[in-house]
Design a protein around this ligand. Structure first.
Ligand code: NAD
Length: 339
C-alpha cells in the first residue's frame, strides 16, 4: 500500500484524474458535508456517489443503495472505488470495494484527523448491524492512501479531539515520546490543525499502524493492542445509539482501561495521574450510565469476547500495552463509575 501526500489542490486533482488512465471508471464515495466544503470534488473526472452522513452510512441499507448505483452505472472489475471522507466513509467504501464482484481496487482519501491516523490504514472495512458496531466487515487494503492535510483546516475542535483519541492511544500503547509531545502541546493541538507538529504526529501514527498490521493483518495477536480503549468505547457508542462520536467514546474507554491498569497494579500511580491529567484537558463531560446491564450486554458483544473470554488491553506503563486474556467483565462494569 502506497501513502502519497499533496499540499496543493491542483496537484491533488491532477493526480486523482490521472487514475482514469489506469481504470475504466472511477467511483468516488463521499457525503454531503464534504462536497459542500470542497467544491473541487465535483470537478474531478469521477462518478460521485453520495451517501448518508456519519455513522448512518455504515448500514446495510446504504450499502445496498451504493451497490445498486454501481450496477446502474456499469461499475466492473476494471473500475476503481475512491472513499473520500472520515472513517465512516472509508469503512463503508472499503466494504463496498471488497465485496463488489468479489473485490475491486480502491483507494482512500481521508478527510478527518481520525481517519488519517487510523481508519484509513490497516484494511479493516465495516458496517454496523442491529446496533452492534462493525459486526459485518472484511479485510482489504486500499491500493493507496492519499493525504491532503488541507482537509484538516475545516475540522472543528470536536473533530480534532476525536482524532486525538486515537493519537493518544498510539502514544499510550507504543510511543512514550509521542505521548510527551501531545502532553506538551495538547491545548493548542485541539484548537487548530495549523500546528507545526501535526504532520509529524500523523505520519508517526500511520507508521505505527502499518508496522503493527504488517505483523498481524488479521487481528490474531499484536494488532489487538490497537483496541486499547475500544471495548468500553464501542459499547458506549452503541449504548448512546451512535450519538456519542467514535473518538470521544474511545477516550472514555482509554480512561477506564488506564484506571483498571492502575487498579491491577500494572501501571504506577504517577503514570495513571499523567494520563488522567491529559484526558481532563480534553474537557469531556461526565457520563451518566444508568443501565449497567445494557452496558454488560454490549461488552459481551465485543468481537474480542470469544467463548465468553474477553481479551482486554491494559498498560504495563506509558508506551507499553498488554493483552489480557479472560479479563473480568465485572471489573470493567464497576470501573464505569469513574466516567
Ligand atoms: N477501519 C478501521 O481500522 C477504523 C479505525 C478507527 C475508526 N474507524 C471507524 O471510523 C469511524 C469514525 O471516523 P471519523 O471520526 O472520521 O467520523 P466520521 O466519518 O463520521 O466524520 C466525522 C464528521 O466529520 C465530518 N467531516 C469529514 N471531513 C471533514 C472535513 N475535512 N471538514 C469538516 N468536517 C468533516 C463528517 O461529515 C462527519 O460529520 C467510526 O465508524 C469507526 O468505527 C475505523
Amino acid at each position: 500500500m502506497k501513502i502519497n501526500k499533496f499540499n496543493s489542490e491542483k496537484k491533488l486533482i491532477n493526480y486523482i484524474d490521472s487514475y482514469n488512465k489506469k481504470f475504466d471508471k472511477i467511483f468516488l464515495i463521499t457525503s454531503p458535508p464534504i462536497i459542500n466544503l470542497y467544491p473541487f470534488i465535483e470537478t474531478l473526472n469521477t462518478k460521485i456517489i453520495i451517501c448518508e452522513e456519519g455513522e448512518r452510512c455504515k448500514s446495510i441499507n446504504q450499502y445496498k443503495k451504493i451497490i445498486e448505483c454501481l450496477v446502474a452505472k456499469g461499475c466492473n472489475k476494471k473500475s476503481l472505488i475512491i472513499g473520500m471522507g472520515g472513517g465512516t466513509i472509508t469503512d463503508l467504501s472499503g466494504f463496498v470495494a471488497s465485496s463488489y464482484m468479489r473485490g475491486i481496487k480502491h483507494i482512500f482519501i481521508p478527510t478527518t484527523l481520525l481517519c488519517m491516523v487510523d481508519a484509513s490504514i490497516g484494511g479493516k472495512t465495516a458496517l454496523n448491524f442491529n446496533n452492534i458496531r462493525n459486526l459485518i466487515g472484511t479485510f482489504k487494503n486500499p491500493e493507496e492512501v492519499i493525504l491532503y492535510f488541507n482537509f484538516l483546516e475545516t475540522l472543528n475542535k470536536s473533530e480534532l479531539v476525536n482524532g486525538y483519541a486515537e493519537i493518544i492511544k498510539y502514544g499510550l500503547i507504543m510511543d512514550d515520546k509521542l505521548l510527551e509531545l501531545i502532553e506538551k502541546n495538547i491545548s493548542s493541538l485541539i484548537i487548530s490543525s495549523s500546528n507545526k507538529h501535526i504532520e509529524h504526529i500523523i505520519e508517526k501514527c500511520i507508521k505505527h499502524k502499518i508496522d503493527i498490521v504488517r505483523n498481524d493483518q488479521f487481528d490474531d495477536n499484536i494488532r489487538l493492542i490497537l483496541n486499547f480503549g475500544h471495548t468500553v468505547g464501542h459499547a458506549l457508542e452503541s449504548y448512546y445509539n451512535y450519538t456519542l462520536p467514535h473518538g470521544k467514546a474511545i477516550i472514555y474507554g482509554i480512561k477506564v482501561a488506564s484506571y483498571l491498569s492502575y487498579e491491577d497494579k500494572s501501571l504506577t500511580k504517577a503514570d495513571y495521574t499523567r494520563i488522567d491529567f491529559l484526558i481532563n484537558k480534553l474537557n469531556l463531560p461526565k457520563l451518566k450510565i444508568s443501565d449497567l446491564k445494557k452496558m454488560e450486554k454490549l461488552i459481551k458483544n465485543d468481537k474480542k469476547n470469544i467463548n465468553n473470554q474477553l481479551y482486554y488491553i491494559t498498560l504495563n506503563k506509558i508506551g507499553k500495552a498488554k493483552i489480557e486474556h479472560n479479563y473480568n467483565k465485572k471489573k470493567i462494569i464497576n470501573a464505569l463509575k469513574i466516567l
